[in-house]
Ligand binder design. Structure first.
Ligand code: ZN
Ligand code: ZN
Length: 392
């Protein structure tokens, strides 16, 4: 028998953590932090994992976003943590960068996963599957044992650059006894202008042709987005960012297909100042005084030639550091698509996989609202709350 226990995330987006256990093995999937002001804010406190004697064979992480990895520092020493190998390097670079702000560095001791190469832990086989999300090298996990097959999707979408591959993966998945999917967008009926990442990239191109100085304001870890932006900066102009962002893009490009790689990226320095001003540029910026001063200069001196593209979830607009930069960007446009699956696409995916049982987590909707989703007749949507045990 296999037991599944959602420790957290059934009624909140951030901080998911799901246990899959047999009489022999005990494995956890994701160990994240709650989003600010959303849901249960208490740190995970689990016997054998954060307290007492160690009783856990492994923790597998779907991707490097904080709502999936944020509470790893509170696990007991000796529990192996597994991540996709490039995602692990990216997270390590991020942790080292934030170390001076108290960030614990642990990704150096995590173990690497390769796409499609299963890890056998006692009586369970865990296969990491390449996914598509606003964090590159995200994983889904297929867990097999005792004649059962469980799919944990992690965060995913069907409107990124890899939509076709995703659909193929689902069509070739085979029978699934239990599917645990994210449901972030079940409430947000996100009706943005842009349908997919390709539309976003096309709009970057239009704006870069129109404006000499273009700033992209986005998360440093939204690498597919930043690379797309860099590809739309014409030759003869510069793609600029800071040394941290440059390092992140270099790690990401080490094993990426050529068509998704970034164009040559430089980091900002006084040496480049005049060339940037004369030739034009696309610059990737974040919060912080360094970027603020540069954005301010161009809006002050070249208001007609400058635009700032806001390319993040709209909820971050009111964060103080973000607001500070947006307030001085006199000319701005929002260009964004969600990293999460839409309700319509989730219905399509469910229709392809037709799992026997379904759990929706990483969502703020209640079970009654989940039932508004159109699911296949032979799929049972389980009314699970945090810590309720499901037996397969
Ligand atoms: Zn995520
Ligand atoms: Zn998430």
């Amino acid at each position: 028998m296999i037991k599944v226990i959602p420790h957290r995330g059934m009624r909140q987006i951030g901080g998911v953590c799901t246990e899959v256990a047999t009489d022999e093995a005990r494995i956890l999937f994701d160990f994240g932090s709650p989003l600010e002001d959303e849901g249960d804010q208490n740190p995970l406190s689990i016997e054998g994992i954060t307290k007492g004697e160690v009783d856990c064979d492994a923790i597998f992480l779907t991707h490097y976003h904080g709502d999936h990895v944020g509470e790893i520092p509170s696990i007991k020493a000796g529990i192996p943590v597994y991540m996709q190998k490039t995602a692990r390097k990216l997270l390590l670079a991020q942790q080292q960068h934030m170390q001076c702000h108290g960030q614990e560095v642990w990704a150096d001791s995590a173990r690497d996963l390769e796409y499609g190469v299963p890890v056998i832990i006692k009586d369970l086989k865990i296969t990491p599957i390449e996914s598509d999300h606003s964090a590159i090298d995200s994983l889904m996990f297929l867990i097999e044992g005792h004649g059962k097959r469980i799919l944990i999707t992690g965060d995913y979408r069907m409107h990124g650059y890899h939509a076709e591959r995703m659909e193929k993966t689902f069509r070739e998945m085979g029978h699934i006894d239990l599917m645990i999917t994210e449901g972030t967008n079940l409430t947000n009926d996100y009706k943005g202008i842009y349908k997919n990442e390709k539309d976003v990239e096309n709009r970057f191109q239009e704006l870069k042709q129109k404006y000499k100085y273009v700033f992209l304001f986005t998360s440093s870890s939204n690498i597919d987005r930043i690379s797309a932006f860099s590809r739309q900066v014409p030759y003869g102009q510069y793609v600029i960012t800071d040394d941290y962002q440059k390092r992140i893009l270099e790690i990401a490009d080490e094993e990426r297909a050529y068509e998704y790689k970034s164009h040559k990226v430089l980091y900002y320095s006084d040496y480049l100042k005049d060339k940037m001003e004369n030739c034009g540029f696309g610059m990737v910026v974040r919060t912080g005084d360094k970027f603020y001063q540069i954005v301010k200069k161009y809006f002050d001196e070249y208001p007609d030639d400058t635009i700032l593209i806001y390319s993040m979830w709209s909820g971050y607009r009111t964060l103080p550091g973000v607001k500070k930069i947006l307030d001085i960007a006199k000319n701005q446009e929002t260009i964004h698509v969600s990293g999460h699956i839409t309700k319509e696409d989730l219905e399509k995916v469910l229709n392809i996989i037709r799992p026997d049982k379904l759990i929706i987590h990483h969502t703020s909707v209640k079970y009654d609202e989940e039932r508004a989703l159109t699911i296949p007749d032979d799929t049972v949507l389980l009314p699970i709350e945090d810590s309720v045990i499901v037996e397969l």
